[in-house]
Write a protein that binds this ligand. Structure first.
Ligand code: FE2
Length: 275
């Protein structure tokens, strides 16, 4: 797979090949947008670089896999902060204004932000430049502050808080990476489908990566009053809080194992970091 299209106009197509010595076929549909590469791929899992590239680019989700460009994220963040100030501070102030009136939801959000601070190392890539890792940390913590703003009464439109929050944040000029993370946080695509709104997140690419994994971990290991929970305790608590016929209860039945993998990946990344 050639990934050389930075700044190029959108294009898409098919490509494939035969992997030797594994002698396995792989093929992909790809769509190259000006900053994002979307790939739906079928590829063998193999230890060597050629096939592994096919697998790495082949993350498939309901919204298509996405490979975020960490260099571009860092550039965009630096540019945004030059005009608007420190993103985490702006996010914290915005979240406080919108969510503090909701009481216990504000306790939850503050604790999620603390948890995100603890998870900073989980968005590091050892071989990446420091400024890319610093940007990823900032995007994670800012997203944690903002992930539940869609519950603010003034913002409720569709009733899907992830979409309502993302729509508002996009209008406020918040960096697109943060908006996309908020739109898809913690399995929102499953809730959208369960509520009969499968297209409501279509404007926001699901960037299925370190950042979305870490944000889900921060949110889903924090209880509704800010308690520290394990993932299983958190989802069990959701099942108790929402009756069996409620869409939230229903979507978590489907999302639990998939989102649980994001939490496991984050925990593994933390363990792999040098101490
Ligand atoms: Fe939350």
């Amino acid at each position: 797979m050639v990934v050389d299209g930075a700044g190029a106009p959108a294009r898409c197509g098919w490509q494939g090949g035969r992997h030797v010595p594994g002698d396995l076929l792989w093929f992909s549909w790809f769509s190259w947008q000006p900053k994002r590469l979307y790939v739906a791929s079928a590829a063998p899992v193999a230890a060597d670089g050629a096939a592994a590239a096919g697998v790495r680019l082949g993350a498939v989700s309901a919204y298509g896999g996405a490979m975020a460009d960490r260099a571009e994220d860092a550039r965009e963040l630096a540019e945004w902060e030059r005009s608007n100030g420190n993103l985490i501070e702006v996010a914290r102030e915005l979240a406080q204004r919108l969510v503090a009136p909701l009481g216990r939801r504000w306790s939850h959000v503050q604790a999620v932000a603390v948890r995100a601070e603890e998870l900073r190392a989980a968005v590091h890539v050892r071989t990446d430049p420091a400024e890319w890792n610093d940007a990823a940390e900032t995007l994670l913590v800012a997203s944690a502050w903002l992930h539940d703003v869609g519950y603010a009464s003034a913002l409720v439109k569709s009733g899907l808080h992830a979409a309502d929050g993302a729509n508002y944040l996009r209008g406020q000029g918040v960096p697109a990476r943060v908006v996309n993370l908020v739109a898809h946080h913690s399995g929102a695509r499953y809730e959208a489908a369960e509520r009969g709104m499968p297209d409501i997140l279509a404007d926001y690419p699901f960037e299925d990566d370190l950042l979305s994994d870490a944000l889900a971990t921060a949110d889903l290991t924090t209880g509704p009053d800010g308690e520290r929970f394990s993932y299983d305790e958190r989802i069990d608590e959701v099942f108790v809080r929402y009756p069996a016929d409620h869409p939230v209860h229903q979507f978590w039945r489907k999302a639990r194992p998939v989102v649980g993998e994001a939490i496991s990946r984050t925990e593994a990344r933390l363990l792999a970091q040098p101490r």
